[in-house]
Ligand binder design. Structure first.
Ligand code: FES
Length: 168
């Protein structure tokens, strides 16, 4: 009997948590839209969806993924292609990176040409590869899956597996 009650409580707590997560996701989405997100995006259960269909070359969007900032940038023809890091969606190249400097964890800024870290002068190219200063490795590409024009952060699709294998 006590076991049944405990199970019922656990079940109820799980449902309440699910509702809280959904509401929290909604507020996060609202906050992102107001703050910086030009992209329609949805946050739920550790997965962040970004619709890239309306992005023009050079557009840069930022979303929050599992508490970290992620940049989604549609590359222009002038930006060098990087076959081992570019995320190709509908034939278009995107840079998708966790915007955290691989030196000591500051947040680099996009200058229009490169990512520059104000903390110790580290620099990364338009693909997130370290090119100058103390950062020892490129910025990290988060797990993703491509669904049409949608980028789903938090799932590991075949395109991510290919990039991950190329980085190893
Ligand atoms: Fe970015 Fe040191 S934290 S260069």
């Amino acid at each position: 009997m006590a076991d049944c009650k405990r199970r019922a409580f656990v079940k109820g707590a799980g449902a309440a948590l699910g509702v809280t997560a959904a509401v929290g996701g909604g507020f996060t989405l609202y906050g992102m839209k107001r703050a910086w997100d030009p992209l329609p995006s949805v946050v739920a259960a550790g997965v962040t969806e970004v619709d890239t269909s309306a992005m023009a070359p050079g557009d840069v969007g930022q979303v929050e993924f599992r508490g970290k900032p992620v940049i989604v940038m549609k590359k222009t023809a002038e930006m060098p292609a990087n076959d081992t890091r570019d995320v190709v969606i509908n034939g278009e190249r995107f840079t998708v990176i966790i915007l955290i400097c691989t030196h000591l964890g500051c947040i680099p800024a996009w200058t229009g040409e490169k990512f520059k870290c104000a903390c110790h002068g580290g620099e990364f190219d338009s693909s997130g590869v370290n090119t100058f200063g103390p950062p020892p490795i490129p910025m990290v590409i988060p797990p993703f899956e491509i669904q049409g024009t949608k980028l789903v952060l938090g799932k590991e699709g075949p395109e991510y597996a290919k990039i991950k294998a190329a980085q190893a």
